[in-house]
Design a protein around this ligand. Structure first.
Ligand code: NAP
Length: 342
């Protein structure tokens, strides 16, 4: 079963019907695709785009005409600024937290900046959500958060913990928090596919590959958006949702994009792994498998296990990009690239 086939639009439309939804990082790659998808469904009462850079807001206002989409609102703000978040969350029912600092080398060089946005920003989102009686918060995380080897991954792991534990703070209150974790988004800003594309357009004489053995998980922006929405429908509090998605070797990706261009090995970069992991052996103890996803349950359950769906994964289970049983073919990768935002 593919990821896309499990997306039931009617369930999502019902879940969002009449709701006021806010997306932090709403002007980013994920945010824009999320906004387009939700507005096209047409059932939300308000959809608020929250992020800092006014130029990105201005550009988005031109792309998303408010005559066509009367539900859209724009709110400039920084997730580091609790007071601003408190204002933005007034009357909001659902928050999707996508704002992040996401570049591995920049996080290594500016560690406290990364922590301020990714970790303290997460805590601010939790506080503002609790104070405003938001009903559900879904945060975006990454495979780099699993057994992290760089600060970006470690900050996203810390953020996951902040969101999972926030269900304790909520207590009998109605706010529920969860997270989704996935791999490389084909074509997101600053990622490898647009990088290779620009090298090919500049008639480069080779494509740089860090290590011939390297593998990654791959997902499209639309699949990521659909996965966040379908996980929101299932979330009861404290879960981390992981989609079943395909892997590909970096050498295969480069060969598919430029069959005639030589590849040059440039060596693994600091903070990079050869392979990514989405569920490690320790997490496997509380992980269940469904047809299209894995779900890591919280150590402290906020709901009855009897309500739980899925089959526990075996002891020692590990979901990793090199041992994945689903590999992208060249036509599948080209299909994913053709869906990229241009
Ligand atoms: N791209 C991937 O391959 C990938 C894979 C797995 C998970 N993820 C996760 O998915 C999420 C979205 O990623 P993306 O690819 O859409 O990133 P992106 O294109 O870089 O967008 C990031 C967004 O966050 C906003 N932002 C950054 N710092 C902020 C702050 N302090 N306060 C408010 N807004 C802030 C940015 O706008 P301003 O700068 O204007 O504020 C922008 O709207 C992130 O949480 C990322 O960790 C991404």
């Amino acid at each position: 079963m593919t990821l896309l086939n499990t997306f039931r639009q009617d369930d999502i439309k019902d879940r969002l019907a009449g709701k006021s939804v806010l997306v932090t990082g709403g002007t980013g790659s994920f945010g824009k695709q999320f906004v387009r998808t939700v507005l096209e469904m047409g059932t939300v009462s308000r959809l608020i785009v929250f992020s800092r850079d006014e130029q990105k807001h201005f550009d988005m206002m031109r792309d998303f005409n408010d005559q066509k989409y009367p539900a859209i609102r724009y709110f400039l703000g920084d997730v580091r600024d609790l007071e601003r978040l408190q204002m933005a969350f007034r009357g909001v029912d659902i928050v999707i937290h996508a704002a992040a600092q996401k570049h591995v080398p920049l996080a290594e060089y500016n560690p406290t900046e990364c922590l301020r946005t990714n970790v303290w920003g997460a805590e601010n989102v939790v506080r503002a959500a609790l104070d405003n009686g938001v009903e559900a918060v879904m945060a975006l995380s990454t495979d780099k958060a699993v057994s992290p080897v760089n600060l970006y991954g470690a900050s996203k792991l810390a953020a996951e913990k902040v969101f999972v534990a926030a269900n304790n703070l909520s207590g009998q209150g109605k706010t529920r928090f969860g997270a989704v974790r996935y791999g490389n988004v084909v074509g997101s800003k600053g990622s490898v596919v647009p990088f290779f594309r620009s090298l090919i357009a500049q008639n480069a004489d080779h494509l740089p590959i860090t290590d011939a053995r390297m593998t990654r998980f791959w997902i499209t922006l639309q699949q990521g958006v659909n996965f966040v929405l379908s996980s929101l429908c299932r979330m009861r509090g404290g879960e981390i949702f992981i989609p079943k998605i395909p892997s590909m070797k970096m050498t295969e990706l480069a060969r598919t994009m430029a069959p005639d261009l030589p590849q040059k090995m440039v060596g693994i970069r600091p903070g990079e792994k050869l392979h990514e992991v989405m569920v490690n052996e320790e997490e496997a103890r509380t992980t269940v498998e469904l047809a299209d996803r894995y779900v890591i349950h919280p150590m402290l359950s906020y709901w009855s296990e009897a309500e739980s769906e899925g089959t526990p994964v075996p002891e020692g289970f590990r979901y990793a990009s090199d041992t994945n049983d689903w590999w992208l073919s060249e036509p599948e990768l080209l299909g994913m690239i053709s869906q990229m935002e241009l």
